[in-house]
Design a protein. Structure first.
Length: 369
């Protein structure tokens, strides 16, 4: 029973809103692991994986980044093997990851970093001379080789779309979810806008996986800039992160020879707490997007002098959304909210890619009848 838009209007076991990594993974989970027969995924854009899931820095967090949040680090240690097993072939191969500890303004020193890695079971070893030689020794106390991978984002997007197709989830592109409300018999009604006009669908469960558009209280948004740079050849196969404070990361991009540069101070352009009056995507579209690459590279090259030779090619601007509670510890717990007003309706938000498994573990405990 297809409508003018082509969306099947028969009753759905579940409708998932948002075709990023979270929506796609949760839709496939419902179909494959929860035995739901009819699962639909609605995505506003004409393609899957066009927002944060394809416009991020691609770090597959393995715990090293979170010395201030033991739980987040430990969860990443548990989640990463699962992510890599389920998404083979999505990493940039031949990349070596380096974490360097700043001498001043860092909340952790080299000895504490090594102890932290040991506590979370994360392999770490001193960097070889040729890597140490890249840093200004007056500013970097020590550098370490770690086991953390960087994603090839186009390969990741293809793998996610492929898995979704194999799972048998019905995908509707160009379909915007407008509102949900309680319907008869314990169902949820969901109003959508498709190219042919508004329509009403019904489902037993609705999962909102719209990241910056989740509109959950207690979230914080920022317009973030990642500078895409042609880095000097000395950095070619290296992913470098300087911690733990107002520093930077320079990670290989999927295009050979390019990197993305982010800086704790200069990547966030504009930040605001969730406000129902402000639509994050509209704010991003209207934002002037003047690059702060100059500021990023000026500061970062004090620690990694060869960065001065890099060329700025373009910048990626995207809305980044986290929970306000984690401003201090930089942790990345998930948000999984069951709606009180519309039973059967959930809002889901994960601050980084591997957190999706924390969501699935929580959903395992939900009856979802
Ligand atoms: C600049 C930046 C750098 C980051 N770096 C990293 C990193 O290095 N490592 C890491 O693990 N994580 C990183 N993250 C976080 C990571 O990208 C996100 O946690 C993850 O992509 C969230 O996935 P998602 O599917 O929830 O969101 P998205 O990928 O944003 O998907 C949400 C989808 O919902 C759709 N949508 C919204 N509203 C509607 C509607 N009403 N109807 C239908 N569809 C709708 C959108 O079009 C979008 O496709 C970064 C994020 C940013 C922004």
């Amino acid at each position: 029973m297809a409508s003018a838009s082509g969306v099947d209007q028969a009753y759905w076991d579940a409708i998932v809103v948002g075709g990023g990594f979270y929506g796609a993974t949760i839709a496939a989970y419902l179909k494959e692991r929860r035995g739901f027969h009819r699962v639909a995924l609605l995505e506003r854009e004409p393609a899957l994986m066009t927002a944060a899931s394809s416009r991020n820095q691609g770090r597959i967090h393995a715990g090293y980044h979170y010395p201030r949040s033991w739980t987040t680090a430990a969860r990443s240690r548990a989640n990463v093997p699962r992510f890599l097993r389920e998404h083979p072939g999505v990493t940039n191969t031949g990349v070596e990851s380096v974490y360097a500890i700043a001498r001043s303004q860092s909340r952790i020193n080299a000895r504490q970093f090594v102890r932290f890695c040991q506590e979370i079971g994360a392999p770490v070893r001193e960097a070889p001379d040729e890597v140490n030689a890249l840093f200004d020794v007056g500013r970097i106390e020590a550098a370490f080789m770690v086991e953390e991978r960087v994603m090839n984002l186009p390969a990741f997007a293809l793998a996610v779309a492929d898995r979704l197709q194999r799972s048998g989830v019905a995908v509707y592109l160009g379909c915007t979810a407008l509102s949900t409300r309680r319907s008869g018999g314990g169902a949820v009604s969901i109003a959508i806008a498709a190219s042919s006009g508004p329509e009403l669908l019904t489902a037993r469960h609705v999962f909102h996986c719209t990241y910056s558009e989740t509109r959950a209280a207690g979230t914080r948004h920022e317009i973030a800039e990642l500078a895409v740079i042609a880095a000097p050849s000395a950095l070619r196969r290296l992913a470098i992160t300087v911690i733990d404070g107002p520093f930077f990361s320079v990670l290989p991009h999927h295009v050979e020879g390019l990197h993305t540069l982010s800086h704790v101070r200069h990547t966030p352009h504009l930040t605001w707490n969730e406000d129902p009056e402000i639509r994050p995507r509209e704010r991003l579209e209207r934002y002037a997007k003047e690059s702060r690459f100059d500021r990023m590279v000026r500061d970062a090259s004090k620690y990694l002098p060869c960065l001065r030779e890099s060329t700025h090619l373009e910048s990626i601007f995207e809305v980044k959304t986290v929970l306000q509670q984690n401003e201090v510890d930089d942790g990345r717990p998930i948000l999984l909210e069951r709606s009180m007003d519309v039973p059967g309706c959930y809002s889901i938000l994960g601050g980084k890619i591997d957190n999706v498994y924390d969501v699935l573990d929580r959903l395992d405990a939900e009856p979802l009848t």
